[in-house]
Design a protein around this ligand. Structure first.
Ligand code: GAP
Length: 519
């Protein structure tokens, strides 16, 4: 059963965020939250296919991180916890980003994402002078944008002389006298930006009937604290022995100053975090490295290509005082290489903080030394939404395909791993008005549906039906055709999304294929 096409050999064009966002909306992966009211910045809804894909990412992580390991247990803690949790963890005092206001446009910026440079010109007398400032929001090419802004500044002001290359700094590095001279990105004029100030990103709410200061509580900004606060409960009830991990998947909330890049940085998102507790004398750097490698291998197991992944080790001088080391697994998004998964070695900081604040020791008894100690922790923390975006970016392609008559068309394909694809297989009777084909297709569909997310489609020409499945990332289509009915063997045409190759398979072979790839 031919869709009569072959992939062209040319390299696919780079993915554009606009195309991805359009596909996500068109095919029901992601919608703006509250769209009929104009949307709500930093919040998103997942549509039917998006909810399925997101669930598959979560399920794969849970299966591999919790169910298939003997040393990790899973928990689910409340989103709103005692406010003292966030005092002890340091979030009340310090979970902030530097905020800059533009007093004229009322726009707000994160100071570390707003860059500036002096415009320095050397005159005929050989003297270099700062003649003004330019600014640009962080992008893949911040320095380039600042340089063009500096050139245009010189041109507009008709200043003679040689322009020096720009030196990009962010607003947290600006001197007080410079801030008044740096143009606001909103107005292009200087004089309206405020000095950076700390902006706490926790969402506040009130618990109970009173809405005074005594009832203030917070939506959690991370799931991690749930694991620390329940540490003793798990130890006392879970028959766990060091080293062991406690994992959790759940929503987190941050009042981000500049939510952006679609679902990359939003105000409500989902985290998958695991706290791996080790002996205070354990070789933490070895365990840290093992977890970094585990996370990389896991990302590849759900289809992210090696070529898009890299590591970033946080410089020692930028780490929190208690942190021993943090490595981020970075992903090459269309808007730049950005953090996907942070793996931090946090020492015994969190448990010690909670022990001190609650007065309840958070220790473990060491049988060997007969001493109690506070375990240390390695924390791999990742956002489900960031993985979601990464798999869309890595899988999306628009490619030219040529049919048997030599006609070329463009197909949009989402190369999602069968592990996470929202639909595993589409069942397509060749013709909808041939009862025998429809009956066989329906029987297969119902049988597959007991175990897998399957799609049944009898509308439109077969080629169009294949294209629809390509676009939503369905790895395989099976077509029930006349050979199924008329020839011995009860075989179907199995069409592969990526190669577009077709072959005949039996029902048993189809189930075996799914069993092998969907786990
Ligand atoms: N407990 C440690 C912690 O929460 P983090 O680096 O702040 O560390 C961990 O967050 C991961 O959560 C990030 O690597 C990212 O994948 C995801 N994440 C953080 N903020 C996010 C946001 N505003 N929107 C989407 N994902 C976010």
């Amino acid at each position: 059963m031919s869709d009569a096409t072959t992939p062209a050999t040319a390299a696919p064009a780079p993915v554009s965020m606009d195309n991805l966002v359009a596909l996500a909306k068109r095919r029901g992966f992601i919608f703006q939250s509250s769209e009929i009211y104009g949307g709500f910045n930093g919040f998103f809804d997942y549509g039917p296919l998006g909810a399925e894909l997101k669930k598959n990412i979560r399920d794969c992580w849970w299966a591999d991180m919790v169910q298939r390991r003997d040393d990790v247990v899973g928990i689910e803690t409340s989103i709103i916890m005692h406010p003292k949790v966030w005092e002890a963890s340091g979030h009340v005092a310090g979970f902030s980003d530097p905020l800059v206001d533009c007093k004229v446009s009322k726009q707000r910026y994160r100071a570390d994402q707003l860059f500036f440079s002096p415009v320095v010109i050397t005159g005929a007398d050989g003297v270099a002078q700062t003649v003004g400032y330019v600014s640009a929001l962080e992008s893949e090419n911040t320095a380039g944008e600042l340089q063009s802004a500096a050139e245009s500044f010189k041109r507009k002001k008709a200043i003679q002389g040689t322009l020096s290359p720009v030196v990009a700094k962010d607003l947290t590095e600006a001197r007080e006298d410079e801030i008044a001279l740096i143009p606001s990105p909103a107005t292009g004029e200087p004089g309206s930006l405020t000095a950076p100030r700390a902006f706490n990103m926790m969402f506040q709410t009130n618990v109970g009937a009173m809405t005074d200061g005594s009832s203030v509580a917070y939506l959690r900004p991370e799931t991690a604290q749930g694991m620390f606060v329940d540490f003793k409960n798990v130890v006392d009830t879970g028959r766990v022995k060091l080293p062991f991990g406690i994992a959790q998947i759940g929503k987190s909330f941050r009042n981000e100053i500049t939510p952006r890049n679609f679902i990359f940085r939003s105000r409500e998102f989902e985290q998958m975090e695991m706290e791996y507790f080790i002996h205070e004398d354990a070789d933490w750097s070895k365990v840290h490295e093992e977890w970094i490698a585990w996370c990389e291998a896991w990302l590849k197991s759900i289809g992210l290509p090696d070529s898009h992944l890299s590591r970033y080790a946080h410089p020692k001088e930028k780490l929190a005082f208690y942190s021993r080391g943090t490595v981020d697994i970075m992903f090459k998004y269309p808007f730049g290489v950005q953090e996907l998964w942070g793996i931090a070695a946090r020492g015994s900081y969190d448990l010690t903080q909670h022990a001190n604040a609650s007065g309840k020791p958070q220790e473990i008894f060491d049988e060997a030394t007969k001493k109690k100690f506070v375990p240390h922790v390695i924390e791999p923390a990742v956002g489900v939404d960031r993985i979601f975006l990464a798999v869309l970016c890595a899988g999306y392609a628009e490619e030219a395909v040529t049919d048997e008559k030599g006609n070329t068309e463009t197909r949009t394909v989402l190369r999602l791993s069968p592990r996470i694809a929202p639909v595993k297989v589409a069942v397509l009777p060749l013709l909808k008005n041939k009862e025998v084909l429809v009956a066989r297709a329906q029987a297969l569909y119902k049988k597959l549906q007991r175990r897998y997310a399957v799609f049944y489609d009898e509308t439109a020409a077969i080629g169009r039906r294949y294209r629809r499945q390509d676009e939503i990332g369905t790895p395989w289509c099976v077509t029930i055709d006349f050979d199924t009915i008329e020839k011995p063997g009860d075989t179907f045409t199995l069409r592969d999304r990526d190669t577009m190759q077709q072959r005949r398979v039996t029902e048993a072979e189809l189930f075996a294929l799914l069993e092998e790839h969907v786990y």
